[in-house]
Design a protein around this ligand. Sequence first.
Ligand SMILES: Cc1cc2nc3c(=O)[nH]c(=O)nc-3n(C[C@H](O)[C@H](O)[C@H](O)COP(=O)(O)OP(=O)(O)OC[C@H]3O[C@@H](n4cnc5c(N)ncnc54)[C@H](O)[C@@H]3O)c2cc1C
Length: 557
Amino acid sequence: MINHDVLIIGAGLAGMRAALAAGDNGADVAVVTKVHPVRSHSNAAQGGINAALTDRGDDWRDHAYDTIKGSDYLGDQDAIEIMCREAGSEVISMEHMGVIFSRDEEGRLGTRAFGGQRQARTFFVADFTGQALLHVLHEQVLKAGVRVYEEWFVLSLIVEEGQCAGAVVMEMRTGGVHVMRAKAVIMASGGLGRVFEPSTNALICTGDGMALSYRAGAPLMDQEMVQYHPTTLKGSGVLITEGARGEGAHLLNSKGERFMERYAPNMMELASRDVVSRSEQTEIDEGRGIDGCVLLDCRHLGEQVIREKLSQIQDIARDFAGVDITREPIPIRPGMHYQMGGIKTDVNGSTAVPGLYAAGECACVSVHGGNRLGANSLLDTLVFGRRSGQHASDLAKSKPHAPITDAAAEDDLERIRALLENDGEYMFGRLRLDLGRAMDRRLSVFRNQQGMEQALTEVRDVRERYRNVRVADKGKTFNTNLMFTLELGFMIDCAETIVLSALERRESRGAHTRTDMPDRDDDNWLKHVLVKSTPDGPRIEHLPVVITEWEPQARVY
Ligand SMILES: Cc1cc2nc3c(=O)[nH]c(=O)nc-3n(C[C@H](O)[C@H](O)[C@H](O)COP(=O)(O)OP(=O)(O)OC[C@H]3O[C@@H](n4cnc5c(N)ncnc54)[C@H](O)[C@@H]3O)c2cc1C
């Protein structure tokens, strides 16, 4: 058995920021991650991170208001206030740790405009901000002597007498299964993008931590709120950063019109993501698209801006679509990008299961509500990663380890044995694709009752077939076939909670747009939808939204 005070699951920005904070607070900290830390999806973040700095004439209250309006009034305002107030010091402390942010002509930290915000407050490192932040945090974690278990895969959480007491983890290199005992566990396992196909997310974003926590008794909140990003590349679905529009790129339809004039005359291409994605989909559905896409035009930005600020986009468009963005517009469409919902936490990361914390994309604090503003997620990972690290390590100081033994791994060992012995007719790949396509077809930009009911049938059909899944590789060394099959189990749980929550919300709000119920209904639905796992199956609950000073208004851009 392996013992640590605080066990952090995930080595993306949330996990590593939590590890530093818990270590600073004197705890013995360990991080487990199924991939090398800098291969976490945070590495792919392109556009930037928001903060309202007073010396720029900006105010955290304006950032909070933009975030609340962006969330379609579903975000909890106490949490949003904390995030926006702490943003400046968090970004500056990353700069002090060594992140080389892009600068303006006067040599100050540069900002770019991002969607749904009245002020340019997005700090960035060209178009690879996540990579810059992640590498610096990784260096800091190594410097702090945090133990990192790389390529270790978490199979389940251990709950002893109602408290989270650690996790059962498989070492990928050997196939060995270990009990890791901890006084506090922080889930920082990232998003579930791949529950949809295609997605901008890395293949590893399979919602493991949401499903693990759900199975352990922690409710998931706002799961119906799935963000479709307005600019994903035709075919592959690779992300083209909002930073391109922030630098001034235009959206065009087949007639060459800047169609956003019709939908968001003030903010145009920089309206909130849900608004832009709906506008694009409407253009496409009404026959003004080109081959299922609209166009993102960067040509007028000039070669220098493109080379200095959008070089990765230039490479992606060339390598994946054969487009030279200095000469041609890029074919793009709305694509699955981000999960606003997740494990319900308070502002210190605590979940409903004592001893279990969550931070980052897997958590729902909730600061994003019905629609996340671009560049608020990196901020969320750092602010709430740090706060969870501090609070989890405080808790760890106050209690002994739970009296568990290696027997805690028995259920997982049995499950793996059964999977390896199952001679069923399906391989994980087919099922994963069926699941992802069903979700993308029925729960994308526009939804309706019939489609969502169909999705529920399809998800449950995949769950049935999963009982008959065969793992061809029976070996112990790097059995990725086994790992992908286990991930599919997590994905099915996540998909079911998304569909059930979406069916529950009988209105349109943020990313959840129903063609059969097109209006926002504050009288009945200004509340969160939660799903809890019970022995009788998933149970739906509601929670009020926390409003501090911003009353809901009509949302126009
Ligand atoms: C292409 C792209 C671009 C983006 N650009 C931006 C941007 O510009 N600005 C912004 O604010 N947001 C952006 N986002 C969103 C943002 O990057 C993510 O929400 C955020 O980085 C998530 O960080 P995280 O720490 O929560 O999780 P991740 O970085 O995804 O890390 C998850 C960690 O959990 C580990 N893990 C998962 N399951 C297991 C398991 N079973 N066992 C062990 N370990 C496990 C993984 O190994 C990994 O280390 C972007 C997202 C994408 C996909």
